[in-house]
Design a protein around this ligand. Structure first.
Ligand SMILES: Cc1cc2nc3c(=O)[nH]c(=O)nc-3n(C[C@H](O)[C@H](O)[C@H](O)COP(=O)(O)O)c2cc1C
Length: 347
């Protein structure tokens, strides 16, 4: 309530990127967040689960893009994420697109961005990871990207020893070069090339389908190639491509509540058609415990969120966990792993 009624209102007065930078600065001070975490966090074994053999305290993860340079991992862990997807980091530092590149649509509970991968580069991310000198950090998945296979390989080889797993972003709507990997041959070649370099879980983040069935089928073909080439799972999906003249490059990605319906459709379709896929992370429009429940019921193993953290604030994960537990109690389900059952796909 305090966040929505006061802090969010104050943040909304600031230009979106200034508000984001302010939040980042605050989240880089560890000590207050450790105190905050001691106060808010409670581990509930009913929510404990695993992702590719990695234990996580809940199936609720932070989506890529919030902590691009791996600088807030300690504080974000105190916000009670089951795991954190940090990045997307690219091999060499780059500034991203010019501003304005971040917009809010408060009525729709949405964000638009055309950030274009501003990144301090892999070496900086690794230094940040090394500086975490205690173990109280949620498992970190490093999101990497690039427009050619060699840079992907270098990023993977360098980052892999320092993270629990990798998420490969081939789907940002803001970097046209990533479309290279929407070609099945190139996608397979890239995954094979990085699969050889890491034994850690390898997740590929796919583009969304919007409306048409052929789009979901196109996306599905990419998922099939990912699994056949050795990936352990997929994240469904990235922000939705959108045109907006207020953004510096005239187009970008839409995130937030409007994405939920498509996310659930994709998860359900992919889970029922890809029987052999170990991991599906649902991403897009997850705001509440009921949304997490719906995603897991549709067949996801975990749910990732970004925009909900902005609109619900630092207590978001604690609240979502409570909402999820309430829903599980109502449905008579004792453990998150039991939310999905084959019979429930269409419900
Ligand atoms: C400002 C912003 C930056 C983002 N940057 C990245 C990124 O670097 N890599 C990535 O894979 N996804 C990125 N995303 C997409 C999110 O990870 C997520 O897929 C998308 O926002 C949908 O989830 P949500 O509705 O919970 O926000 C970004 C999203 C936003 C709003």
């Amino acid at each position: 309530m305090l966040y929505r009624n006061l802090i969010l209102r104050l943040l909304l007065f600031l230009p979106p990127e200034t508000a984001q930078n302010l939040a980042e600065t605050i989240l880089r001070f560890n000590s207050p967040w450790i105190l905050f975490g001691n106060y808010i966090n409670s581990d509930n074994p009913q929510l404990n689960t695993e992702i590719s053999g990695i234990s996580i305290s809940s199936p609720i993860g932070l989506a890529a893009g919030f902590d691009k340079d791996f600088r807030m991992l300690r504080a974000l862990s105190e916000l009670d994420f089951g795991y954190i997807t940090a990045g997307t980091v690219v091999l060499d530092p780059q500034p991203g697109h010019p501003k304005p590149r971040l917009l809010r649509d408060v009525d729709q509970k949405a964000i638009l961005n055309c950030m274009g991968f501003p990144s301090k580069g892999i070496k900086y991310a690794i230094e940040s990871l090394k500086s975490l000198n205690d173990s109280k950090v949620s498992p970190v998945f490093g999101s990497i990207s690039g427009t050619d296979i060699t840079s992907m390989q270098k990023s993977c080889a360098q980052l892999s020893p320092f993270v629990s797993g990798l998420e490969v972003n081939i789907s940002s709507p803001n970097t046209s070069g990533l479309k290279t990997f929407h070609d099945s041959g190139k996608l397979s070649e890239m995954i094979n090339a990085i699969r050889d370099l890491t034994e850690k879980p390898l997740i590929i983040k796919l583009p969304p389908h919007i409306d048409e069935l052929h789009e979901i089928e196109d996306s599905f073909k990419l998922a099939r190639i990912c699994i056949d080439s050795g990936a352990d799972g997929i994240t469904l999906a990235n922000s939705h491509p959108t045109i907006d003249p207020r953004l510096s490059v005239g187009q970008g990605g839409l995130s937030g509540a409007p994405l939920l319906k498509s996310t659930l459709q994709m998860v359900s379709y992919f889970r029922s058609h890809l029987g052999d896929i170990p991991i599906i992370n649902a991403c897009g429009g997850i705001f509440t415990g009921d949304d997490v429940f719906s995603a897991l019921r549709a067949g996801a193993n975990t749910a990732q969120l970004y925009t909900a953290l902005v609109y619900r604030g630092p207590l978001a994960i604690r609240q979502i966990k409570r909402e999820l537990l309430t829903r599980m109690r109502r449905e008579g389900i004792g453990n998150v792993a039991d939310i999905y059952s084959v019979d429930s796909i269409s419900s």
